[in-house]
Design a protein around this ligand. Structure first.
Ligand SMILES: Cc1ncc(COP(=O)(O)O)c(C=O)c1O
Length: 331
């Protein structure tokens, strides 16, 4: 199927490498070959999955005459940090609406948000959860009163515009797999706001790619993400008048959230440390560590049997290890 892509800005260092994980395959593969799509290498301050979405979102913002970007997320949001740096690179002011109170000690992504010159407004968790949309609207109106036009980017950049980022990544991955003569693969990613999984799922569906996409949710539950991924795909279909699949098959591997969003067990920290030693690849405790753990557990349970190759999409998040560095000193 021919897809007419909208304009995007070149912000990400792509294509990213697809690498074979020889020692991780021996350790956790259970007979499968494990590959990693290095989307943690899309950039430095712009690293991770968010920049692929922001390439399309910022082009849209420019084309529609927006001059300011507003977005939201947790205090350590990778998406907010990436947006802050995109804004600095494009000379577009960025305002971040963050969930959680500012202790004054800026670390990890929050430190970077400030370095990039973003305006940051922090709200107590309960206030944020109850009022997020109203807060975003409040700031949008605030800028409108100053004669500015602010685009509100949803959590994680996950909507019909952001979907393009991983729809095009699905095509990139198909070319990567062809180059290493892999005919069929399971593809596993972390799912936090749904857009990455939505793009990969849609790309595989529309282009009939030999990729079976699975998202490991790091918050909420299976039903939430089935609905959210389908909603992002629908939004894409409506915005771009494309024939989106009416009921896409959304595969969610639930059961790996642990104690809650951004709370990782000692086993997750141990897994991150082991992979770093084995392969020189660093995961994070909020997203990719849990997703990798989910993949390993599902391999052991036989979920992917019958298909030799499994690709883990490394969606970035390295700055998230620094505010949680105490997790690595455990048993
Ligand atoms: C490092 C990292 N991996 C994965 C995800 C999940 O991606 P998505 O929000 O598109 O579901 C996020 C953000 O939520 C992230 O920051």
């Amino acid at each position: 199927m021919d897809i007419a892509f909208p304009r995007k800005l070149d912000l990400a260092l792509t294509p990213t490498p697809l690498q074979y994980l020889e020692r991780a395959s021996a350790r956790w593969g259970g007979g499968h070959r494990l590959w990693i799509k290095r989307d943690d290498l899309t950039g430095c301050t712009l690293s991770g999955n968010k920049v692929r979405k922001l390439e399309f979102i910022t082009a849209y913002a420019q084309d529609q005459g927006y001059d300011t970007l507003i977005t939201c997320g947790g205090l350590q949001s990778n998406h907010c940090r990436a947006t802050a740096f995109v804004g600095a690179q494009l000379n577009m002011p960025v305002h971040l609406v963050l969930r959680g109170e500012d202790s004054g000690q800026h670390q990890g992504n929050l430190l970077l948000d400030h370095l990039a010159g973003a305006r940051v407004s922090c709200y107590p968790v309960s206030h944020y959860l109850a009022e997020r949309d109203a807060l975003l609207q409040h700031w949008q109106e605030h800028y409108a009163q100053q004669g500015r036009k602010a685009l509100v980017i949803p959590t994680g950049g996950s909507d019909g515009i952001g979907v393009w980022g991983y729809l095009s990544a699905a095509l990139e991955l198909a070319a990567d797999l062809e180059a290493v003569e892999v005919e069929q693969a399971h593809v596993v990613c972390a799912t936090g706001s749904g857009g990455t999984q939505a793009g990969l799922t849609l790309g595989a569906d529309l282009m009939q790619l030999p990729q079976t996409v699975w998202g490991v949710n790091v918050c909420d539950d299976e039903q939430y993400f089935r609905d959210k991924v389908a909603a992002d795909i629908r939004d894409w279909g409506v915005r771009y008048a494309q024939a989106a699949p009416a009921s896409p098959v959304v595969r969610v591997l639930d059961g790996y959230v642990g104690e809650g969003y951004a709370k990782a067990s000692p086993e997750i920290f141990a897994l991150i440390a082991e992979l770093a030693r084995l392969e020189g690849v660093v995961l994070d405790p909020v997203y990719t560590g849990k997703a990798f753990a989910g993949m390993v557990a599902e391999i052991a349970a036989g979920r992917f049997s019958g298909c030799r190759d499994i690709v883990f999409v490394h969606t970035g998040g390295i700055f998230g290890i620094f505010p949680q560095s105490q997790g690595f000193s455990g048993p």
